[in-house]
Design a binder for this molecule. Structure first.
Ligand code: NAP
Length: 250
């Protein structure tokens, strides 16, 4: 297994895409810690199912919006396992509303959860990665950074920010054997999209050249590529994983 001996931290690992990432990293040999916010039943289910398979996994409750919490999570992981090799900033929310109706809190919650969290965790993890001269950072963006939908000004701003941030930090640490990349999912079946799928599932499929919605494992496979030691010459990139949704021409 190629991640044997590696340690990983995934934010928002209790459900959806994050859970699939935790499972993929663990199955590839990494010890995996993940952060969740409030759904401890979901977090415990992930831990139980992976421990049953003999994997080394731990769940940590923390709010990714807090810098202090991020610092504590990173130091707890390093204290437990002696290193932090892979960081996946996956936690995210939507609070869709047309701009004319968007409350300041709906703007701030999305920016803090999706973008400030990435600053929080990258800065803490990067200190450790610089000292160990190795690191793989993967940040979760969205095709919404590029493709405009009404009602998503807060979300699009947060994900556009994640992509610019990722390119910038990639240049800062490339010579230290640390890469930073982003994955931009299209339409993936998770709790986040359940209402839209229920309302317009088949209409959405018609817009996707692959003619299916993505599954969390589709995103985990892309994350796994960036998490490997062998992807060391790939940095500052955004990989769209969207079944062709953003190719146009349909
Ligand atoms: P999801 O099913 O709603 O899961 C969200 C995860 O983030 C949960 O584990 C949740 O923890 C955690 N989380 C949310 N706020 C948090 C906070 N303040 N502190 C700590 N953890 C927090 O979402 P998803 O669909 O898997 O999306 C994962 C990522 O992919 C997000 O960044 C999202 O923007 C991105 N994405 C998703 C899609 C899609 O179609 N689903 C498309 C493009 C991009 P709890 O369980 O405790 O609530």
């Amino acid at each position: 297994m190629s991640l044997d001996g590696r340690t990983a931290l995934v934010t928002g690992g209790s459900r959806g895409i994050g859970r699939a990432i935790v499972e993929a990293l663990a199955a590839d040999g990494a010890k995996v810690a993940f952060v969740y916010n409030s759904n401890s039943d979901a977090a415990n289910a992930v831990v139980d199912s992976l421990k049953e398979k003999g994997f080394d996994v731990m769940a940590i409750q923390a709010d990714v919006r807090s810098k202090e919490a991020a610092e504590k999570v990173v130091s707890d992981v390093v204290e437990a396992w002696g290193s932090l090799d892979i960081l996946v900033n996956n936690a995210g929310i939507i609070r869709d509303k047309l701009l004319l109706q968007m409350e300041p809190q709906e703007w701030q919650d999305v920016i803090d959860t999706n973008l400030t969290s990435v600053y929080n965790f990258c800065q803490s993890a990067m200190r450790q990665m610089v000292s160990q001269k190795y690191g793989r950072i993967i940040n979760m963006s969205s095709v919404a950074a590029d493709v405009s939908n009404p009602g998503q000004a807060n979300y699009a701003a947060s994900k556009g920010g994640v992509e610019g941030f990722t390119r910038c930090i990639a240049t800062e640490v490339a010579k230290r054997n640390i890469t930073a990349n982003a994955v931009a999912p299209g339409f993936i079946e998770t709790d986040m999209t359940v209402a839209v799928v229920a309302a317009a599932g088949n209409e959405i499929k018609k817009k996707i050249p692959a003619r299916r919605l993505g599954q969390p494992a589709d995103i985990a496979n892309a994350v796994l590529f960036f998490a490997q030691e062998s992807s060391s010459y790939v940095t500052g990139q955004v990989l769209k994983v969207d079944g062709g949704l953003t190719l146009g021409g349909m």
